[in-house]
Ligand binder design. Structure first.
Ligand SMILES: CC(C)(COP(=O)(O)OP(=O)(O)OC[C@H]1O[C@@H](n2cnc3c(N)ncnc32)[C@H](O)[C@@H]1OP(=O)(O)O)[C@@H](O)C(=O)NCCC(=O)NCCS
Length: 175
């Protein structure tokens, strides 16, 4: 039996094969150059890859109808290292702790799979994401010049950030 989040609560679930379309829609809703369903299917087929979806319960709707997929995280674990490949939350649901909940769940799952560290890249002008990562124990360890190519043709550098995966707090639900 699926455990439904209570109104206002954030629940995180593992992505299954039936979630690929939903995940692609969420990615497109968060990034100008969103990934396609087949891009995501390919990423998740790589050994050690996993995806998470955050769902919130909207007040005023019945239990099942009220569940909304509002954010996602995609990661990969290779031996004792992991990488956060992408994370995003739909605009109306931002700054309510959804990404923080997803990030902690991803760190816990990567740790359970044997990873001792997690790496990520973040654009140098993406201050909200940098603040999020710093709040969750990530530190800058390098800079990659012209790492991202924006849809308008601009190139933008990225910081590499790293966190140790100690004392993770898991929030993944069982369904
Ligand atoms: C970055 C992103 C994932 C944050 O999602 P979120 O659900 O709003 O994040 P949270 O609510 O968990 O925020 C956690 C902390 O991050 C920081 N933060 C988040 N959004 C912020 C903003 N717009 N400005 C400043 N700090 C911000 C805050 O410190 C926040 O904690 P607080 O609300 O207690 O102050 C979201 O803005 C997003 O999807 N952006 C577009 C996609 C993207 O840039 N992904 C990251 C690519 S590397």
């Amino acid at each position: 039996m699926m455990a439904l989040p209570r109104p206002g609560q954030i629940a995180v679930k593992n992505i299954g094969p039936f979630d690929l379309g939903r995940l692609a829609r969420l990615h497109r809703g968060c990034f100008e150059d969103g990934w396609s369903r087949s891009d995501i299917a390919h990423l998740l087929s790589l050994p050690g890859s996993f995806g998470l979806i955050a769902r919130c319960y909207e007040r005023g709707l019945s239990a099942i109808d009220g569940l909304r997929g509002v954010g996602f995280a995609i990661c990969r674990v290779v031996r004792d290292e992991s990488e956060l490949l992408s994370i995003g939350v739909l605009q109306p649901w931002r700054q309510r702790g959804v990404a923080g909940t997803l990030l902690e769940a991803a760190m816990a799952r990567a740790h359970a799979a044997g990873a001792e560290t997690m790496f990520l890249e973040v654009a140098v002008d993406n201050v909200p994401a940098q603040t999020l990562y710093e709040m969750h124990r990530f530190q800058r360890v390098g800079t990659r010049l012209d790492y991202y190519h924006r849809p308008d043709g601009r190139k933008i550098s990225a910081y590499t950030m790293k966190a140790s995966l100690y004392e993770p707090r898991s929030t993944v639900t069982s369904d």
